[in-house]
Design a protein around this ligand. Sequence first.
Ligand SMILES: C[S@@+](CC[C@H](N)C(=O)[O-])C[C@H]1O[C@@H](n2cnc3c(N)ncnc32)[C@H](O)[C@@H]1O
Length: 307
Amino acid sequence: MKWLEIAVSTTPEGVETVAEILNELGTGGVVIEDPAVLYNLALEKGPEEVAVEPGELLPGFPSVKGYFPLQAEVGEKIEKLRNALAGLNLKRPPEITTREVQETDWANQWKKYYHTTEVGQRFVIKPSWEEFTAAPGKLLLEMDPGMAFGCGTHPSTVLCLLLLEELVRGGEMVYDVGTGSGILAVAAAKLGAARVLAVDTDGVAVKVARENIELNGVDRVVKVVQGNLLDSVKEPADIIIANIVADVIMELAPAAVSLLKPGGIFISSGIYLGREKEVQSALAALGFAVLDRRREGDWTALTARKM
Ligand SMILES: C[S@@+](CC[C@H](N)C(=O)[O-])C[C@H]1O[C@@H](n2cnc3c(N)ncnc32)[C@H](O)[C@@H]1O
């Protein structure tokens, strides 16, 4: 299948916003190429380790690339993108370039940016193709996100991992809504949750999450289902976690409040700059007590307790 790659060259501050716009336009995947990230990785690990061509280490602006099936409406997408970018008021106007590509050309590009990282006190996130021995006491999350969201380095995912580390004590029933690669479900299971139900609307995510759950040996604890929000769920939960976007979190909140046990916790992340007050008010109106508001870059995660 042929795809149109739409690359937006922008400032480091614009990267997350541009990625968000491309996601809202329905990209089949976002690749962020930041020369500074590659440069630091090459310094840390050596150029051979990160498989970077010398030319790629030249300084330059980050580029955010989205991929769209090459069909008639792609022109419309570019127009919408131009309008959304024009409203951003960035220090340097973003520049758009396009080219036709085969899926095989771009589907693995992100791998050169994905390396073993530690998050919080205990998590070590390791791409499945890298060799790494975690120190005793660490919790290894071995991931191959493929084309599903959730390699573990996005700020909204990092916030979720930090909150799970603080809140999962062992024995809980956890719902992971919008599981993507399954990373949060795996993390909850490794922290000792008794059972985890992971849900995603996207068939690719469901397949990838199941593979990652097996890879991490937590398939007895985690079940993955394809579905919308918590529509098919009846059993009460101790913790519900959702890293999606503000509008979807507000749509999910009424089901979350009715499914949580009294005192249960709703962790919501993926709330982009400027939307947190709106989500916080929606949670409070449903009777949640918002306990914690945590930020990483332009992203916020809220922790709320069912009273
Ligand atoms: C930002 S990704 C989060 C992935 C992973 N949980 C993480 O934290 O890195 C959001 C995921 O939510 C899924 N999603 C979006 N709307 C949904 C809905 N209404 N019900 C279930 N999943 C949904 C998307 O398909 C995507 O996989």
